[in-house]
Design a protein around this ligand. Structure first.
Ligand code: UD1
Length: 427
């Protein structure tokens, strides 16, 4: 129940390195179950979601260590294929364990992860994909059991290029008999990272990064050592914060090619960007310009995971912009909080009309989800006065101690641990 307290109005400045990608690490940790032998995964960020995934792997009986951003997983001691319901409810991404457990052990039981703050988030495409590979799926209220003595390759067309469904099907198909083709597959960089990881273990997967992925099943996969790609959403969040505070920041160890849609939007907003190899320099000395219309959609279009953060920058622009959200149905909860801070944003169905204001003002606001929370932190850094962001555990799911990162760039920002009221003996 921590809070972040931010004294706004100070331009960010300095150099910062980018940690490994949460959305690549989660499926890769799940896929490590597929190997016969120990797998070492490097550049794994220290985040709440990663701790939950490691917790699940341990509860399944795996031997897992995590030291200095490196996770070692040995699944030879696995004792159950039932994902504990409490952990499943804590993190939707536990759904990634379905494909690997089914492929390797012939059975898996999970619980409906349910919707979340940003939308309904169904798993029908995951289940349809596994069914197409030959799994029998038994749904009993919240519990879902998938069984298959042997999976068989199939042609699977996704109605929507779901990131998670693409990954789950890839992880199940690597040990299936014959060839699987996924069409209208998601093309995110994290899917390419998963392909590289699976192939490092001996799988035969081609096409990740395009809309058609072909997987030729193999008999078994071996241990390996693998390094995760940098987190493009963390990189994007820092760049937007640098621009919103009219700062001057250098990001190292990132991949500019993974965020070209953001670079394009920031340049339209008048932000100076210099990208070379794995380094991006961002600076913004003047009020941002409005950018017209941005539409979030699957990669390589503008990512939904940077929608709320960019909205902060546009709320400070000299004119109107429109943000249309097409990936999740209720991802505008930060708008209310930004308006409390003085922004002028109105929402009509899945579009937000952002009228730029000269400045934001500090206020007490609540992080309703991970990226909404990151947006409020950026707003607090840019605002005049003090901002308190509550419900920081949402932010901790995807950013490794965001306050330390921004402090290293000169931000006046502290974490305040909140003792639950009933335990606060001082009151
Ligand atoms: C992943 C990312 C998340 C990102 C999202 C979209 C991870 C751990 N998370 O989430 O940060 O915001 O991609 O880029 O990688 N859908 C269905 N049925 C399904 C699956 C999805 O209808 O079976 C719908 C969802 O409700 C949503 C849309 O498809 O509206 C996109 O979901 P998806 O691409 O699957 O996102 P996730 O994998 O959950």
């Amino acid at each position: 129940m921590d809070k972040l307290v931010i004294e706004g109005g100070y331009p960010l400045s300095g150099t910062v390195g980018i940690h490994g990608a949460k959305n690549a690490a989660l499926p890769i940790l799940a896929a490590s179950l597929l190997a016969n032998g120990e797998v070492q995964i490097r550049n794994v960020p220290n985040l709440l979601d990663i701790q939950v995934m490691i917790g699940i792997l341990r509860r399944l009986g795996c031997n897992v260590s995590y030291e200095q951003q490196a996770v070692k997983v040995d699944a030879s001691t696995l004792s159950t294929t039932v994902i504990p319901e409490d952990l499943m409810k804590q993190m939707r991404s536990s759904i990634f364990l379905m494909g690997p457990l089914l492929a390797k052990y012939g059975e898996v039981t999970v619980y409906q992860p349910g919707g979340c703050a940003i939308g309904e988030r169904k798993i029908d495409l995951h289940l349809d994909g596994l069914r197409a590979l030959g799994a029998e799926i038994i749904e009993q209220s919240e519990q879902i059991t998938c069984r298959a003595s042997r999976l068989t390759g199939a042609d699977i067309h996704l109605e929507f290029p779901s990131v998670g469904a693409t990954e789950n099907i890839m992880m199940a198909a690597v040990l299936a008999e014959g060839r699987t083709t996924i069409t209208n597959a998601a093309r995110e960089p994290e899917i390419q990272d998963l392909q590289r990881f699976l192939n490092t273990m001996g799988a035969q997967v081609i096409g990740a990064g395009t809309d058609t992925i072909t997987i030729t099943g193999v008999k078994s996969l071996q241990s390996c050592s693998y390094g995760i790609i940098p987190d493009r959403i963390v990189a994007g969040t820092i760049m937007i914060a640098a621009a919103a505070t009219r700062g001057n920041v250098t990001l190292t160890g990132c991949n500019p090619g993974h965020i070209s849609s953001l670079l394009h939007v920031l340049r339209r907003a008048g932000v100076q960007i210099n990208a070379c190899n794995d380094i991006i320099k961002v600076s913004c000395m003047t009020r941002p310009k409005p950018v017209g219309r941005i539409v979030t959609s699957p990669y390589p279009s503008f990512p939904t995971d940077l929608q709320s953060q960019v909205m902060v920058l546009l709320s400070l622009a000299d004119g109107f912009s429109i943000m249309k959200e097409t990936v999740f149905e209720s991802r505008f909860k930060h708008v209310h909080e930004l308006n409390v801070m003085g922004a002028d944003i109105s929402v009509d169905a899945n579009a937000a009309l952002i009228r730029g204001v000269p400045r934001l003002y500090g206020a007490t606001v609540e992080a309703t989800d991970l990226r909404a929370g990151a947006a409020l932190v950026i707003a607090g850094l840019a605002a005049q006065g003090r901002t308190v962001v509550e419900q920081v555990h949402h932010i901790d799911r995807g950013y490794d101690r965001l306050e330390l990162l921004f402090q290293s760039l000169g931000a006046k920002m502290l974490r305040q641990s909140v003792v639950p009221e009933e335990l606060d003996f001082a009151n």
